[in-house]
Design a protein around this ligand. Structure first.
Ligand SMILES: [Zn+2]
Length: 403
């Protein structure tokens, strides 16, 4: 019988009475192992301190505050908690927010903060949808809520975090040991804002978007040299990724989700060919090339000016289906097909040249045009132009699907 050193591959010589208790071959190895453990402990302590300044945990805290309880974290294992944090972290491109399937403020229950109850959907659609509910998701019955897990408005972020840690009984510690916990990129902006106006609460600022912080900084006359410009991508990929995620774990609805995803891929190709629709995702084809049916790969809109109405149909369907709506997918596919044509070789429609009504008054850029034509009541460029001529050029209040 021989045993190896816990720090290196050397076999420990059996030449002393201490052999049984020896873990290391030498003092050098013993010291090295000690230092490594110490560094690990320090690292964990550092991560623990970072939690309160971490974007994902800030989001969790905010959600607990909104729900009034930490029991929205009911039923988590380390695995499901990690998946949920990763979903929060890997925010999809476009004007999207995390939407709850079972609503946080349901009638008799509270929607859980769990990856199986969340998806990225359009911010506008989500606001419009409110606390409605179709089916599915995960929730906890209000009768099961305990007073000791309540979160009231007066509690600070730190106090809520402590409650969360207690509620999750050890999950946070194990999460920290295995995952990086970085400080928020908002930190620097928040510090500068508080420098400019110490009366503003840090907790409040953490709950705000980066955009809000940047506006606030500008308002306070602080420089914006560090503000990074993010290229705009459409939320199309967010929806298709959402469908893909639920295909993985919603066995019952899998056929519906798959069928809709196929239609979405076809729709993307048609929209991608109309520049003004701004349907662009850098990684769309990398992710979904394999799902392209060659029969439909040359998809184009019969009437390119109907792109916005077409896109609305797709976004609304994806949003509702992710929310648990039982879509008649055959009927929907038929409707989508009625917009499409499949020439032998499709082409890209660049710029506004497919708009025939170019006249001197027409000084709007293509981008502005795209924005305006997304007004729900203005369904086509034709209508926009008619409105323009009649003097109603108000830019749309609601931009349900501008990209
Ligand atoms: Zn050794």
């Amino acid at each position: 019988m021989s045993k190896k050193c816990s720090n290196c591959p050397v076999v420990i010589p059996n030449n002393s009475k201490q052999y049984k208790n020896k873990k290391y071959c030498s003092d050098r190895c013993k010291k090295a192992a000690f230092n490594r453990n110490k560094a690990k402990k320090t690292r964990i302590e550092q991560k623990k301190a970072n939690l309160i300044q971490n974007d994902q945990f800030r989001y969790v805290i905010k959600q607990c505050r909104r729900a009034g309880t930490v029991q929205i974290l009911h039923g988590h294992t380390l695995k499901s908690f990690t998946k949920t944090i990763n979903l929060i972290k890997n925010r999809e491109k476009g004007d999207v927010v995390l939407c709850h399937i079972a609503p946080v403020k349901g009638k008799t229950s509270i929607g859980l903060l769990h990856y199986k109850n969340l998806f990225y959907g359009g911010a506008y659609q989500n606001r419009k949808f409110g606390n409605n509910f179709y089916s599915g998701g995960l929730s906890i019955d209000k009768k099961l809520l305990l007073k000791k897990w309540n979160v009231d408005k007066s509690m600070s972020g730190n106090e809520i975090l402590i409650k969360i840690e207690k509620f999750l009984a050890g999950i946070i510690d194990r999460y920290i040991a295995e995952n990086p916990v970085l400080k928020s990129r908002k930190i620097r902006k928040i510090e500068m804002i508080i420098e400019g106006d110490p009366s503003i609460s840090e907790d409040d600022l953490f709950g705000r978007s980066v955009k809000y912080l940047e506006d606030k900084l500008r308002e306070l006359g602080r420089g914006n040299s560090f503000i990074k410009h993010y290229g705009e991508e459409s939320k199309y990929l967010a929806y298709v990724n959402g469908l893909t995620r639920f295909i993985r774990y919603d066995r019952k609805r899998r056929p519906l989700l798959r069928a809709l995803r196929k239609i979405m891929v076809m729709g993307y190709m048609a929209l991608d060919r109309i520049e003004v629709s701004k349907t662009y995702n850098k990684y769309f084809y990398t992710e979904y090339e394999l799902l392209i049916d060659p029969k439909y790969s040359q998809a184009m809109l019969i009437n390119p000016r109907a792109w916005s109405e077409f896109k609305d149909l797709l976004y609304d369907a994806a949003f509702k289906v992710l929310h648990g709506y039982d879509l008649n997918v055959k009927k929907f596919r038929k409707k989508i097909m009625s917009y499409l044509t499949f020439p032998e070789k499709a082409w890209k429609q660049v710029g506004p040249e497919f708009i025939r009504y170019k006249s001197p008054w027409f000084s709007k850029t293509t981008e502005q045009l795209a924005r305006v034509s997304t007004k729900p009541e203005v369904s086509s460029v034709d209508q926009y132009i008619r409105n323009a001529i009649s003097g109603d050029l108000s830019l749309g209040k609601s931009q349900s699907h501008c990209n």
